[in-house]
Design a protein around this ligand. Structure first.
Ligand SMILES: *Cc1c(COP(=O)(O)O)cnc(C)c1O
Length: 344
């Protein structure tokens, strides 16, 4: 890996971050807070939230088995995705490399930050080819984006290919593990110590059932996390979100139960959808959704919308022609979808 200073934008490396009132005061017991121009009424919402979310990180560290200092918390995964560009890429000069197809936000944030976004098509079966990814890089490539299990294909990437990318690249490799709770593969977040150039993304939005509170995470070695913390908005995660996250983190077994139920439903749906005459192929899934190739994706999509059932039409995505992406819902919801498809 290149020196961190070399990978970081010069203005960011030299940045003196905003110092908020609660940062300057640290530790000692205080009972009277007259430092932040807050309104003394309307507790607890009158107070600014903890800018570094230390209570949440303490719980997350236990649940995710990652050191507290290796955790960044953001407003959804969207925030760390955007921050990777803002911290480590020079607009109009640097580029990033991503597999294709994959999650759309990596490209949107590249476009917003005016950074070239290079793609490498996945192999048949949506397999990652490490050599091709590395061959697409040049001296201005700062980030390689990987997503495992991948969205919209659903499959987990071959661990050995991911390791080849991690070892073969001298910039950052982001491994988005938004769906890792649904996969039987060992998550890469447990290997942080081994790879100083790895940034792993997690989210509360999928297995954790909290898309509405907007909380995502990045895991990396401390020196990388420190840079992201320097650049983020001071109070990027609000009090309501921190409270709800703490509440949920107290009972991770509830999440395990949801995951087990969803996985059971997933295998039931694979069997049932496979029996439909319109079904051409169900791609292998390690996530909470299925990518299904059907006879006429657009017509099927429109028909379902008419019945009030919304799936994701991926017909126009490269390598996903003719495909719908179907999230696994409750048993009742899944039954409704099946009933509709059977009578189409
Ligand atoms: C859904 C999803 C996320 C989650 O994004 P949030 O901003 O945390 O809701 C991240 N990455 C991938 C690949 C996803 O599919």
């Amino acid at each position: 890996m290149k020196e961190l200073k070399e990978l970081t934008r010069e203005n960011v490396w030299n940045l003196a971050p905003y110092s908020c009132a609660r940062n300057e005061f640290s530790g000692r017991n205080a009972s009277v807070y007259l430092d932040a121009n807050e309104n003394p009424y309307n507790s607890p919402f009158n107070r600014y939230p903890d800018p570094l979310q230390l209570e949440v990180k303490k719980q997350l560290a236990k649940v995710k088995q990652v050191p507290e200092e290796s955790i960044f918390i953001g407003n959804g995964s969207d925030e760390p995705i955007d921050l990777m560009y803002r911290c480590f890429t020079e607009p109009k000069v640097d580029n990033v490399v991503a597999m294709d197809p994959t999650y759309g936000m990596y490209k949107v944030c590249a476009d917003i930050n005016d950074v070239e976004y290079r793609t490498v098509m996945l192999e048949p079966g949506f397999r990652l080819n490490a050599e091709k990814m590395l061959a697409a890089c040049d001296e201005h490539t700062k980030i390689i984006w990987l997503c495992t299990p991948n969205n919209p294909s659903g499959n987990a990437l071959d661990t050995n290919e991911v390791i080849k990318v991690l070892n073969g690249f001298d910039g950052f490799v982001v491994v988005d593990e938004a769906y890792s709770d649904f996969s039987s593969q060992k998550p890469f977040r447990l290997e942080l110590a081994k790879y100083p150039n790895m940034v792993v993304l997690n989210t509360m939005s999928k297995a954790w059932g909290c898309a509405g509170i907007r909380m995502g995470m990045a895991f990396a070695q401390k020196n990388v996390i420190d840079i992201m913390n320097k650049v983020k908005y001071p109070y990027n995660v609000n009090i309501l979100t921190q409270r709800e996250a703490l509440e949920l983190l107290k009972d991770p077994y509830e999440v395990d139960k949801w995951v087990r139920t969803i996985l059971l439903e997933r295998s039931r749906m694979i069997d049932a959808i496979g029996l439909l005459p319109m079904c051409r192929k169900i791609h292998h899934s390690d996530a909470n959704f299925l990518l299904v190739e059907v006879d006429d994706a657009q017509a099927t999509y429109d028909y379902l919308v008419d019945k009030g059932i919304i799936v994701r039409n991926r017909n126009s995505v490269r390598l996903c022609e003719g495909c719908l992406r179907i999230t696994i819902g409750t048993k009742t919801e899944n039954q409704e979808l099946l009933a509709a498809l059977r009578t189409m």
